[in-house]
Design a protein around this ligand. Structure first.
Ligand code: SF4
Ligand code: SF4
Length: 294
């Protein structure tokens, strides 16, 4: 008899731009060809209301694009525009856009009378709205399937508009593809960590504070991660092709992808990045000594 499969498990990735979205999620799984009516434009009576008190978790790609657009460093961006937070289900640190007002219910720092002042580089959560993105993991296999769902909040009048489109057309119009491609490894880590956490974490323990700090550094501060790669023993420890290392000196997106692979290797022991043979032998010898097997 076959082993009983674990239950399929869905994890929401981008719920919505609003903290209250929980009650507004429509319980319908939307595929790319499914259609819906929605349009957001300056003529809607609710124009800009959703950019107050918005709950926007920033992806690594969001931070790259915003810092370039604002011509500031990641450190400046983090201190001026974000608040530290924890992505609860995974227990991992993330950065959220810091909204105005004492209670955080005020306007987004990028909101102007004309709308979003960083529209061309707005965060993924803002692009997705009113759709959410979730991924479902099937049983005990590693395969994941993305799907979308609708967030319908009373204040959002965009749902009363006649413009009908498919999910695919909406995502294309919002320019979501590039960001999703870069963020995939980050999303995988959050999802896997959420599922491990429900089992008590690797080996039944939470991951270390230092590993969480590493996750936050890769996710939010590419300059700090570059310094770590080039100014620590990183390049001696891992097998990185010299040509690739040259590219990593200036290519932020490539460095982010390396960062996610490295984190997957550190957190989940996935074979995403190869350790230098000598370092590996030393590590194996140390474990054997520690276990009294040498
Ligand atoms: S980044 Fe732009 S779209 Fe997103 S909440 Fe701020 S003003 Fe609104
Ligand atoms: S239609 Fe919805 S998304 Fe557009 S401004 Fe109004 S509340 Fe925001």
């Amino acid at each position: 008899m076959s082993k009983k499969r674990q239950q399929d498990k869905a994890e929401d990735i981008f719920e919505s731009a609003r903290a209250s979205a929980g009650q507004s999620v429509q319980p319908v799984k939307l595929g790319l060809d499914d259609g819906f009516c929605f349009s957001c434009h300056p003529g809607v009576s609710c124009w800009n209301t959703c950019c107050h008190g918005a709950d926007v978790t920033l992806t690594p790609h969001d931070i790259l694009c915003l810092t370039r657009r604002l011509e500031i460093t990641a450190e400046e961006f983090l201190s001026q525009h974000t608040a530290p937070a924890v992505w609860d289900r995974a227990g991992l640190p993330v950065a959220k856009l810091r909204m105005g007002g004492k209670d955080g219910e005020g306007p987004c720092p990028f909101l102007t009378d004309e709308g979003c002042s960083v529209y061309d580089v707005r965060p993924a959560t803002c692009r997705y709205y009113p759709l959410g993105l979730a991924a479902i993991k099937h049983g005990d296999s590693d395969a994941k399937e993305d799907f979308h769902f609708m967030v319908k909040e009373d204040h959002c009048k965009g749902h009363d508009e006649d413009k009908r489109q498919t999910v695919a057309a909406f995502l294309e119009e919002q320019g979501i593809k590039d960001g999703d491609r870069i963020n995939r490894g980050w999303i995988d880590i959050l999802m896997k960590m959420a599922s491990w956490r429900s089992l008590g974490g690797p080996g039944g323990k939470d991951i270390s504070k230092q590993t969480k700090q590493m996750f936050f550094m890769v996710s939010t501060n590419i300059g700090a991660f570059r310094r770590f790669v080039f100014e620590s023993k990183f390049l001696d420890t891992y097998e990185i092709d010299p040509e690739a290392a040259e590219i990593l000196k200036t290519d932020d997106e490539a460095l982010l992808l390396l960062g996610f692979d490295w984190l997957k290797s550190v957190i989940f022991n996935e074979p995403t990045i190869r350790m230098n043979e000598q370092v590996l032998q030393k590590a194996v010898a140390k474990v054997r000594t520690d276990l009294g097997a040498a």
